[in-house]
Design a protein around this ligand. Sequence first.
Ligand code: GAP
Length: 435
Amino acid sequence: MAKEPDLMEKLVSLCKRRGFIFQSSEVYGGLNALWDYGPMGVELKRNIKDFWWESMTQLRDDIEGVDAAIIMHPKVWEASGHVQNFTDPLVDCKKCKMRFRADQVEGKKCPNCGGELTEARLFNLMFKTHLGPVEDEASIAYLRPETAQGIYVNFLNVLGPSRQKIPFGIAQIGKAFRNEISPGNFIFRSREFEQMEMQFFIHPKEDAKWLEYWRDERFNWYINLGVKKENLKLHQHEHKELAHYAKMAFDIEYNFPFGWKEIEGIHNRTDFDLSQHSKFSGKDLTYFDDATKERFIPYIIETSAGVDRSMLVFLVDAYHEEEVKGEKRVVLKLSPKIAPVKVAVLPLVNRENMPEVATKIFHDLKKHFKCFYDDGGAIGRRYRRQDEIGTPYGLTVDSQTLQDGTVTLRDRDSMEQIRVNTSQLVEVIKKKLGS
Ligand code: GAP
């Protein structure tokens, strides 16, 4: 489907209407670049994270998980380079006091009031706080701007108990915080978000091979979850684009209505991180290879994805409008694997024992799948509501159910209906969902 300019507006409105995403603290007028996830949003987000976690840890023998604290020792951020380098240049208007990113202002005049602008100053994007009751320089701590550092500092802690050998990886999902100067595009760039990061520790000689491997694995992950291939592309960083820690990097980009943008980064971080933490902590973070009797600082290949940003990808990619019998149908064609609700259970009418039979089926099915029971309004309206949240299957109890024990099962995308015996529902739906 062509990307219409107002697709984002439609999506934001659907997300609010159907309980996916709300503005943070909305009753107080909202807070910029902070979002709350509602009943459908939280399910979708959880499914995305579960699939990532499963693909990284459960289906592989060479990746372990961790869940590190959000607030880390302040020296971590000195070692990582964030205190020094994690900055944006800012200019202030001397007249109206508004603040802008220097690279987004043309000329020397304020875009708001035409006033004179100050010289650019560097602004650090990390949120600061204080540990303990005294608010002085010594108690400064930061909310982590990336989850990666919690993995590096735990390299030896994980290596020992897991008895892994290089090459192996450590995965983590968690919140990250950045005081972004120009956030925007809904949940694309916010100040509080979640990352799914995996750091793969390797022998330095194998860096090219593993970078390529993870680039392809991660690209295919989005396709396996239903994202259209033509909306994804790889962008290799030119030398001047590379982060201070990277030797080579690829971005996976998505064709958003607001342009091609990065959704995930795959970096060859060399031995930068472990060397830095070794230097700043005074601890030996080398690895000893028993087989070759070689001691070295491992190189790291990082895969770093945003949970919220990939959720936006799945939503944009799935949004679909069509005309059915002269009426507009909006449908989220989400992969059934991540759809918030798998089956909607609907009695055709609220009489003749249909609600009772449907309620029983609902209680049986929800032991197996996330289900939703709806008996409010005309059946067509109920189907449309489910289409809008991307429910792959709608199950209807009608008068025939009362005679022969079969129900109709409606496919979200084709809208075709088949009759299935109640006793075979779990099996049939499992097969359709591929689970
Ligand atoms: N550890 C490497 C790292 O953090 P990054 O490119 O700064 O690299 C990785 O971030 C991913 O995190 C991005 O590709 C994006 O998906 C997500 N991300 C970064 N900043 C974000 C923000 N302000 N809001 C939402 N997601 C963000």
